[in-house]
Design a binder for this molecule. Structure first.
Ligand code: ADP
Length: 425
């Protein structure tokens, strides 16, 4: 039998007894009144005990009770216990999370909606020189580098920003912001000092080697030309060897020149001027037509007279590489179309050929250094594999981007899009 049934039955029995006794004694109303009073007093006492127990948090074992009240005490006690266990588990999890983030080698800072620091781990305190008392302070007041403030304000956290550590300028940090939740952001900073050092060493090494190779190459080329001039073509083996040697030294010279250009692009400060792109394209086309005997293969359409802010020599290299490739990787009887035109928000140079095309899987890789597509061409096409890496670097330095569309056997289209804020005429 349930507790409620028991409770109801006992009340009914009590009422019956009271009614019988009341009828026999002739005090029915008084007896019922006394019964009601008794019930009210009992209920009030139980509520009072319950209130006293619950007001102390309900933590202690509940007082002895009978019937429905024992049941009520038991349920509340059980819920309280469950709640306590859940809280314990949660705080253990938070502790573990705190401990693990504290042990992270990367700095992590939780930022609130107004850029205030909500929490920072040990690495963040060390690398940014933060103190526990800085919690609640706005981060732009503590890390004052303009690049960082601009990045934080921009709201565009696709890329990261490179900064020196505010307490040790020899430490280089890569800072990234990851938005999450309602207006909250996680700032992560990684120490990339070693990486930067290695990158600098690689750049220096390539620059030094390329530079050092220049002189011996020039000497070799000079002697080779003299030997070729002296060759009376009596020995086909010797003549052929001279030809092969000349081809290889020229290839090496191109490689060294391309490597030096790439190093310059990576290390040199940007110099800018207003470049007359239509004039530059005209010049490049006539030079290449003369050099590569590509007469009538190039069709240049100038739909805009836009000049752009940039570095003429760098743009010349990029455009020459793209045009050179378009001619190189297509049949001599096909056309290469150049179009300088304006689109919404940008000014674009497209170079379209009807050549061998590039497979989908190769497109993302061809701008990597030394990447050359392996194809079974009838005639061997020489190259260094550095041309498109140069193009990519030049465009990056001009806030421009390269789009490549291509279909195998049909041709390729390379588009260089410059933002229209670069237009200067
Ligand atoms: P290189 O031409 O010296 O090999 P690039 O970096 O200029 O080096 O080009 C990389 C590779 O991309 C080339 O080897 C070639 O396979 C491919 N490529 C570049 N331009 C074209 C093009 N217009 N048509 C087809 N393939 C191309």
């Amino acid at each position: 039998m349930g507790v409620w049934q028991k409770e109801i039955i006992s009340v009914i029995l009590l009422l019956l007894v009271v009614v019988i006794v009341g009828a026999m004694t002739g005090h029915l109303i008084l007896m019922i009144f006394l019964l009601m009073l008794g019930i009210i007093i009992r209920l009030t006492t139980q509520i009072n005990r319950f209130e006293k127990w619950i007001s102390t948090g309900g933590r202690s074992k509940y007082p002895k009770a009978k019937g429905i009240w024992e049941e009520i005490y038991y349920h509340v006690y059980r819920l309280k216990k469950q709640d306590k266990n859940r809280k314990k588990k949660l705080s253990k999890m938070i502790d573990q999370f705190r401990q693990s983030t504290e042990a992270l080698p990367d700095a992590a800072i939780v930022l609130g909606v107004n850029d205030e620091i909500d929490w920072a781990n040990k690495a963040a305190r060390e690398v940014f020189g933060l103190h526990k008392s800085d919690i609640g302070q706005r981060i732009p007041n503590l890390i004052r580098f303009p690049d960082f403030i601009r990045y934080l304000k921009s709201g565009n956290y696709k890329d990261s920003v490179i900064l020196p550590s505010p307490i040790n300028s020899r430490i280089t940090l890569e800072v990234r912001v990851i938005p999450y939740g309602a207006g909250l952001r996680l700032l992560l900073a990684q120490d990339i000092t070693q990486l930067k050092k290695m990158e600098r060493m690689r750049k220096d090494f390539v620059a030094n080697v390329s530079h050092e190779l220049r002189t011996p190459l020039t000497v070799l080329k000079g002697y080779l030309e003299t030997l070729q001039d002296m060759d009376d073509e009596q020995s086909p083996l010797l003549t052929n060897s001279f030809k092969q040697m000349q081809g290889q030294t020229e290839r090496m010279q191109h490689l060294v020149d391309d490597l030096l250009l790439l190093t310059r692009l990576e290390t040199q400060q940007k110099k800018t001027q207003c470049v007359d792109v239509p004039a530059l394209l005209n010049q490049i086309c006539s030079e290449i037509e003369a050099l590569e005997s590509a007469t009538k293969r190039i069709e240049l359409t100038l739909e805009t007279a836009a000049h752009i802010v940039g570095e003429e020599q760098e743009l010349r290299s990029a455009f020459t590489n793209l045009l050179g490739n378009a001619l190189k990787y297509s049949n001599p009887n096909t056309l290469v179309k150049l179009r300088w035109h304006q689109e919404q928000g940008s000014v674009v140079l497209t170079i379209e050929d009807e050549g061998e095309g590039i497979s989908k899987s190769d497109i993302p890789r061809i701008t990597e250094r030394f990447y050359r597509v392996e194809t079974k061409r009838i005639t061997k096409v020489t190259g260094t594999g550095l041309g498109l890496a140069i193009v990519k670097h030049v465009l990056m330095r001009h806030d421009a981007h390269l789009d490549i569309t291509s279909e195998l056997g049909k041709g390729s289209c390379f588009s260089c899009s410059f933002p229209d804020k670069r237009i200067c005429n």
